[in-house]
Design a protein around this ligand. Sequence first.
Ligand code: HEC
Ligand code: HEC
Ligand code: HEC
Ligand code: HEC
Ligand code: HEC
Ligand code: HEC
Length: 511
Amino acid sequence: MQRKLPPSFYNLTTLAGAVIAGVSFGLILFLLLLEQFSETSKPYMGIIAFVILPAFLLGGLAIAGFGVWREHRRQRIGTAVEQHLPVIDLNNPRHQTAVALVATGSLLLLVFSAFGSFQAYEHTDSDAFCGQTCHKVMNPEYTAYSNSPHARVGCVKCHIGPGAGWFVRSKLSGAYQLYAVAFNKYPKPIATPIHNLRPAQETCEQCHWPRQFFSEKRESHTYFASDTKNSKWTLDLLVKIGGGNGQAGPTSGIHWHMNINNKVSYIATDSARQSIPWVRAVGPDGKVTVYQSTEHPLAAADVDEKRMRRMDCIDCHNRPTHILYPAARSVDNLMAVDRIDPSLPSAKNLAVYALENSYSTAEAGSDSIKTIINEYYNASYPAVATAKKTEIARMVSEVQGIYGRNYFPSMKSNWKAYPDNLGHMYFLGCFRCHDGKHVSESGKVLTNDCNTCHVVLAQETSGDTSRVSLEGIKFRHPVDIGDAWKKQLCNDCHNPPPGAKPLVTPVVGAK
Ligand code: HEC
Ligand code: HEC
Ligand code: HEC
Ligand code: HEC
Ligand code: HEC
Ligand code: HEC
């Protein structure tokens, strides 16, 4: 046989390297071909096609190169043994069997690796891959998602999209994520917001058409106070979401920000976008109004087009699916439907205390919740503990359930780590701008009137008669705090910073 390459290329190491590189190259081509013909884009396929297989390809080439180098050196210093690739003689029956075996083996291997990479390719697109493969890391997001209105919308629909730009971007960050997980380099909790999330136009607006929004929505809330009786009170809000479009006439309401004709841009001074000193509204007539915080004004030099963000859905709906509920909210919800019996003394206070205590692991949390609740009733209400055994057991399991769905000690994740921007009770939310302290040059204040965004249709507090009116009634804060709720931000008291005075004194002595 005539040798076309330099003699140092002919050795077994180089041959093996070349085979590895060749097979990897073949598989990459196969995957790319598959991608061409598949109807849906498989975003994470890139990790295999552009990260894993090329690693093998390069590895193979490196091995082949090493073989050449070693052979070359051997020849130079004269220790080279004349290497021959095995001579195959097809007239020799033993060779025939060997060739048949090797050929069948290789074919099977090829078929299997093609099948294997096809499987991997399908799998990386699934929610199980996103949410469970990196189980511990994504567990908070996956769990919250599974219990949310978007549980059937795949992770990739919101996070990774088709199109060349997103392809490259998400592939690269995907590769980085794999690295971060493998080497335990990820932050706990995972940071939010995601700064390169796909724009809302390509995600939310594919399913929720911004011109077809609802007008108003009634939200009924039931709350229980942290007193012994768990005093109940209810609130009905008519939330003015706002709908309509250019043809139907002028639009108002909350989705005003999103009306195609209005553009709201803002500058945030922190990465979580919680502190917003500067806001600009551009109306349909091109009229520009800039609102500045009177409390924390932004220096004129810091007003830079590059730091501005155009407001979109995610600026309010930042937790559409990864919703981690505040303890008080979860407990109220379950008490309202009797899954936690409101006749158990101090049940609200106790449950919230048990949830908010900090625990090192999920198991420790779950066990301690049981101990705290049982010990409290045994010690303080022995008669209730005997008479309401089943109700207390049910309360334990419901509170443990809340804990499992909302608290993830191994990732340091819970509601406090993820501000929800949709309201204003536990986080600044709307009040990042509508705090009554953002004022334009002409003196116009960004509204924080209690009836602009919603109308209180009805309110009933214990000891008060029910008040109802379609025009809206005046809000009464459930516990008497004087005028504090008008002067102070709700979240100052309802989500106090670590170390500050808690909202209520727990019934169980502080730990
Ligand atoms: C309905 C759209 C949607 C779906 C479906 C979705 N996410 Fe998210 N995800 C978001 C938004 C919005 C954010 C917050 C982005 C922000 O604040 O900028 C986010 C944030 C995250 C974060 C960052 C940490 C955090 O909690 O803010 C992770 C991790 C994440 N998602 C993983 C997943 C996984 C895994 C799935 C599938 C099991 C999934 N997401 C499904 C919209 C979605
Ligand atoms: C693939 C389609 C799809 C995408 C993409 C999507 N949604 Fe949804 N969304 C739905 C469906 C379907 C529902 C209704 C669920 C139900 O009624 O239980 C829903 C419900 C909602 C609700 C009402 C939730 C509630 O409490 O009842 C909000 C708010 C919402 N989506 C916002 C968003 C935002 C913001 C995004 C972008 C980050 C988004 N959606 C992306 C399909 C989608
Ligand atoms: C200024 C903040 C803000 C922006 C921006 C915003 N929304 Fe909303 N949206 C709200 C509020 C507040 C509600 C009422 C929520 C409630 O009461 O549960 C709402 C309600 C909704 C609902 C109805 C939910 C339900 O419970 O039935 C959908 C769907 C929705 N928004 C989608 C979107 C989409 C898509 C975008 C982006 C085009 C968007 N929103 C932009 C604040 C906003
Ligand atoms: C980034 C700042 C910002 C945030 C955050 C914000 N808004 Fe606004 N909002 C504005 C600006 C700017 C205007 C326009 C004021 C003007 O010039 O008329 C506005 C106007 C409104 C209006 C009046 C629309 C009309 O009919 O004239 C409502 C209602 C409203 N916002 C509700 C909300 C709600 C609810 C939230 C929280 C879910 C929210 N906003 C969060 C900046 C913000
Ligand atoms: C800029 C718009 C805006 C203004 C101004 C505003 N709210 Fe709200 N408020 C909201 C939104 C949005 C929600 C969430 C709606 C929902 O889903 O229940 C909310 C929720 C609430 C809730 C229910 C809280 C919960 O999570 O259980 C109460 C109570 C409330 N508002 C009272 C007030 C009072 C009192 C004022 C006046 C000091 C006020 N709001 C001003 C937008 C606003
Ligand atoms: C000075 C502190 C303070 C401020 C400011 C404040 N609250 Fe409260 N709020 C309380 C206390 C204390 C309770 C009683 C909590 C309990 O008994 O569990 C309470 C209870 C509530 C509850 C019932 C909560 C639950 O878990 O059942 C709602 C709703 C509420 N407040 C709304 C608001 C709103 C809306 C604002 C802002 C407009 C606000 N509060 C401002 C101290 C405050």
